[in-house]
Each structure stands twice: as structure tokens, then as C-alpha cells.
Design a protein around this ligand. Structure first.
Ligand code: UD1
Length: 427
């Protein structure tokens, strides 16, 4: 199994091209199920989760082929053509879904296109119980009959879905994506209120519109969808990954470095930029993206994770690493997921002083971290350990690197190109 070895203490400088957003790419790929024409997605990141989704879609009958070269139009990612000429299987089996919770996003499109979908319940994960009740409630509101049997969500709508008004009781990214995609092929109008407003949802909505969907209110908390009989093929470019960008912005800040993040827009990450500026980081817009630099010791700042446009939960662990050597204390509150503090015992092994009280962690900045062998527990937790390793004295070995590979494209190469002493070691 691979490990990442980091020798800390190098100042980072240079440019990092930000990849296409994983969390935008996954539902976009699932949207290919909605039409019998090809959907071409440009700038897909090369990640384990993308391969998992491709395997699942292939199982359902989607033909996936390369469409154009990597690097076209300045993007690093691949272009894929996804062609669901015919849905040959409406079951997303446990074996494929358990590898990635986000697989559940095939439920809405499969049901809307085929009138039937059987999708394995994803089960628990390292960051909490993560139920799918909102996905089920929303689709039921559109007329689906749903049973939970044998560990599967069994959804039927033999006469098609029917538009309806649905108020999401709490904000959910995945449930919004599932219900939005289903509503595009439902009969009549759907009004979806209290939807998630994450940029990845806006990206999905723009792609659906390019496929012929009629969606109003894009970017707001209410989406109004006029159902259409069929959708057609389209070509769509995936937005930049704001979580990857935020992680590298923090790497620049922690190492007193200077990095230009190519391809990312400020409006994707204003809450993160505001917090970094409050902590003492300099951030400027450039022609190609954002330049992040820092020449002072960071100040402790308080952060609370919230749905977009608030501070993203997917950067909470990295923020804790950033704050671990800041001047003063910071209170980091996780309001989206329970049990998303698995990185803290590992950071503590590197000398961080963090105490967890319920949904908050109190980080008291220390003078320095020390390298140690640490274990990645989930995707974002592992990124926080890499960040800590970049500034720790001595060597840090991060094991279970497959978590990082789910969401960061060639993390060690991108950091090494900016001067980090980091390498992947195959054990
Ligand atoms: C997505 C992201 C993930 C991110 C999260 C929050 C993808 C592939 N993943 O996950 O990286 O951390 O948004 O920004 O895009 N909930 C329910 N019932 C449901 C659905 C969700 O109670 O049916 C709860 C969850 O347990 C959680 C909260 O709602 O407490 C938000 O979860 P949700 O927005 O659905 O996250 P995901 O879509 O799973």
C-alpha cells in the first residue's frame, strides 16, 4: 500500500493548476442517464471516485469513451463521452455503492428515465451516519413509490414522475441533485425549496439546461423546474475544485509561501478567502486565478462550517491544521456532520493542541509541529495531515493514502512542483 512521506519546512512557491471539481463531476456523470444521446464532460479530474462512478454507470448500460485530449483548452482533466443509449440494468449493487456514497445520485436519474431504480443503501461512513431520507422524501413527493428492502432503495414510478412542491427540511447537496435531476423529466412544474446552493449544484443545473431542461432560480435556494419529455446530449465543462484550491491555499499560507492557483474563481470560495484574510493571509485575484501568499505568523480565527455560501465542511480538517500553529486560539465548529474530527488525534500525535467539545474543537496554536507516522481516516482528514506534514519538523509518513486519491489528483506531484519535499512510496 502506498504511503506519502513528507519532510517539512520547505516554503512553497509556484503555480498549481486546479483540477475539475470531483463533487461537480460525480452528479454530472450521473446526469448522462437522463438522455439517450451522448453527454460530453470536459475537465473531469482523474480520481478514484470518478473511476468508481464510471464503473457503476457502465454497469447500468452507459457507454463511456474518451472524447478529446487531456490538456485541451488549458484544462488538465480528461474529456469523456457518456452515452446511455439504453439503460440495461436499473440496479446499483451494494458492491459498487459501498465504495462511494455519492453513487446514490444515480437514483433520481435512473428512476426518471426508466420508471424504476434499485440502489443499495450506502450505509455508514467515517464521518457520520449520513442517512438518505431526504432523497427518498423528495422523490416520493414527485410520485415515486419507494420501499426499503434487503438493504436496497427500491423506487418505482411506472407512469412517470409528476412535478410537485417540495421543501427540503434541511439542506442536502446530494438530495438536491437527485430530486433536481428527477424533476427535469417529471410531468409539469416542480418547485424545490430550501435546496443546497453549492457551486457544484449550479454547475449541474447549467449542464441540465444545456441538455434541454427548463430550470429557473439557478444559484438560489428555490429551483423551479418545468418538466420536459426528453433531454438531449450536450457538452459541458466541469468547474474548478474549490476544495482542492482551498487546500493548496492553506498549504501556501502555512509554509509562508506564494502560490498562484490557476483556474479557480473567487466567487466559488469567498467564505474561505475571507477567513484566510482574517488569519493574515494575502489573497489577490490574477488573470488566471488567485494568488495566495503569507509572510507573517497566522492569527487564530474562529470558523463554523455551513452550507454554501458558508465555510465548507470539506475544508474543516485542513483549517484545523492551518490553525494548529497560528498565534492564539481558534474555535472550529462543525455544523454539517457529526463525528468529523477523526483527524484530531492524528494531528495531536504531531504536537497539535486541540480539544474537542461536542461539535466544536478548540485549537490552541503551538510553536511547531513534529513529524510522525499518521493514518488517514477519510479524504479531507488525510489532506489535513499532509498540510501538517509540510510544516512539521522532520519526517511525516501518511498511510492509507487511498483516501487522498479519492479526491486529490496527484497531490504529491502538485506540491513537489512548488518546492515541497514530498513523495509517494510504494511499500
Ligand atoms: C456532499 C459532498 C460532501 C460534502 C457535503 C456537504 C459530494 C459527492 N459530496 O455530500 O463532500 O461534505 O455535501 O457539503 O458532493 N442528510 C440527511 N438526510 C439525507 C441527506 C443528508 O439527514 O437524506 C444530512 C447529512 O447526514 C448531513 C447533512 O444532511 O448531516 C448534509 O449532507 P449532504 O449535503 O447531503 O451531503 P452529501 O451530499 O452526502
Amino acid at each position: 500500500m502506498d504511503k506519502i512521506r513528507i519532510r517539512g519546512g520547505k516554503r512553497l512557491s509556484g503555480k498549481i493548476r486546479i483540477s475539475g471539481a470531483k463533487n461537480a463531476a460525480l452528479p454530472l456523470m450521473a446526469a448522462s442517464l437522463l438522455t439517450d444521446e451522448p453527454l460530453v464532460l470536459v475537465n473531469l479530474p482523474q480520481l478514484a471516485d470518478i473511476s468508481t462512478m464510471a464503473n457503476l454507470l457502465t454497469h447500468l448500460g452507459v457507454d463511456i469513451s474518451m472524447a478529446g485530449e487531456t490538456g485541451k483548452d488549458g484544462h488538465t482533466g480528461r474529456s469523456l463521452s457518456l452515452h446511455a443509449r439504453e439503460i440495461t440494468d436499473t440496479t446499483a449493487p451494494y458492491d459498487l455503492v459501498r465504495r462511494m456514497r455519492a453513487s446514490v445520485v444515480v437514483l433520481g436519474p435512473l428512476l426518471a428515465r426508466s420508471g424504476h431504480a434499485r440502489v443499495s443503501l450506502p450505509g455508514g461512513c467515517a464521518i457520520g451516519t449520513r442517512p438518505v431520507d431526504l432523497h427518498i422524501k423528495g422523490l416520493t413527493q414527485l410520485g415515486a413509490e419507494i420501499d426499503l428492502t434487503g438493504g436496497y432503495i427500491d423506487a418505482k414510478a411506472p407512469n412517470g414522475l409528476v412535478g410537485a412542491h417540495f421543501v427540503f427540511p434541511t439542506v442536502s447537496v446530494g438530495a438536491t441533485e437527485n430530486v433536481l435531476m428527477a424533476a427535469c423529466l417529471a410531468k409539469g412544474e416542480s418547485v424545490l425549496s430550501n435546496v443546497a446552493r453549492e457551486p457544484e449544484i449550479t454547475d449541474l443545473a447549467h449542464c441540465l439546461v444545456a441538455m434541454g431542461a427548463k430550470i429557473g432560480g439557478i444559484g438560489s435556494d428555490t429551483l423551479i423546474v418545468q418538466g420536459v419529455e426528453r433531454l438531449h446530449g450536450a457538452e459541458h465543462t466541469v468547474i474548478a475544485d474549490r476544495i482542492e484550491a482551498g487546500t493548496y491555499a492553506m498549504a501556501a499560507a502555512m509554509t509562508g509561501g506564494d502560490i498562484e492557483l490557476i483556474g479557480v474563481q473567487l466567487d466559488l470560495m469567498e467564505s474561505v478567502v475571507d477567513k484566510l484574510i482574517e488569519a493574515g493571509v494575502k489573497i489577490e485575484k490574477t488573470d488566471q486565478g488567485l494568488r495566495v501568499s503569507c509572510d507573517t505568523r497566522l492569527r487564530g480565527v474562529d470558523v463554523m462550517t455551513e452550507p454554501f455560501p458558508g465555510f465548507p465542511t470539506d475544508l474543516q480538517a485542513q483549517m484545523t491544521a492551518l490553525m494548529s500553529t497560528a498565534d492564539g486560539a481558534s474555535m472550529i465548529t462543525e455544523s454539517i456532520f457529526e463525528n468529523r474530527f477523526m483527524h484530531i488525534p492524528e494531528l495531536a500525535r504531531m504536537g497539535a493542541n486541540v480539544t474537542v467539545h461536542g461539535a466544536s474543537s478548540l485549537v490552541r496554536g503551538v510553536g511547531a509541529l513534529t513529524g510522525a507516522p499518521v493514518m488517514a481516516t477519510d479524504l479531507r482528514a488525510s489532506a489535513s495531515l499532509v498540510l501538517a506534514g509540510l510544516i512539521a519538523d522532520g519526517e511525516t509518513w501518511v498511510s492509507r493514502v487511498y483516501h487522498i486519491d479519492r479526491g486529490y489528483e496527484r497531490i504529491e506531484e502538485k506540491l513537489a512542483a512548488c518546492g515541497a519535499d514530498i513523495e509517494r512510496v510504494d511499500e
